[in-house]
Design a protein around this ligand. Sequence first.
Ligand code: GTP
Ligand code: MG
Length: 253
Amino acid sequence: MFLVFILGTAGSGKSLLTSMFSNWLKAAKQDVATVNLDPGVMTLPYNPDFDIRDYVNITKLMEEYRLGPNGALVVAADLIAEQVDTLGSAIEDMNADLVLVDTPGQIELFAFRASGPFIAKELTTELKAIVYLFDSVFSLDPVNYVSNLFLSAAVYNRFLLPQIHVLSKSDLLPQKKVENILEWSNTPETLESEIEAKIKGTRRLLSRDLIQSLSRLGLSFPMIQTSSKTNDGFLNLNGILERILSGGEKFTF
Ligand SMILES: Nc1nc2c(ncn2[C@@H]2O[C@H](COP(=O)(O)OP(=O)(O)OP(=O)(O)O)[C@@H](O)[C@H]2O)c(=O)[nH]1
Ligand SMILES: [Mg+2]
């Protein structure tokens, strides 16, 4: 069993990717299961095989501890960590070859509080990977793109798992723009010169230094485009996951 955690900023397309990519994998006869780890979500575009909402109830926590929604999510994250053995067994019992794990919209909740990395570490001892989403429309602005690179680096620093960058919602941009952003990920110099051309003053200096420090750290991950509306890039995403997790073999023979 391999686990793939899907992370990204709020609204970057995690849940729809979990939904559409799992459907795509099923159509390719792969034994895939879905996990919802977002205790605060109201409706999901898929029917999770494992749902954290069966274990923690945000509305109850808000009432019980007199908390707002974000405070309740923090308490929920700690409660989830306490039950990690139970959750791990439940997920293992699904016996799927590949498990897609949809994470909460508040990325800091999963990535930066102790519970997320703890869950990622403790939930099964099998191989894992992270798919980190970059929203295409948000990434059009090179400064946003750089900020997101840093968030992704922070995620890597917490999880230390193989990480793939996915430029999500590729259907919302002309292919030329998509390729432009992919080019930034391959050659940081392109990104730097675009920032030099577009931005002035402190923001320019800051962005340039940020890009250079990421290059120095050697933190670069492959980036591919996907769309959960057209299934664009799913074949590619699957190929990369197979290479990372199962030595290039199919997940299910
Ligand atoms: N056009 C287009 N829209 C998308 C795509 N993926 C997601 N969306 C839309 O973007 C919005 C957010 O998608 P979600 O899948 O809920 O994103 P999320 O990251 O799970 O959001 P949170 O869990 O709230 O952080 C929804 O309106 C989706 O329909 C895509 O590939 N193309
Ligand atoms: Mg979601």
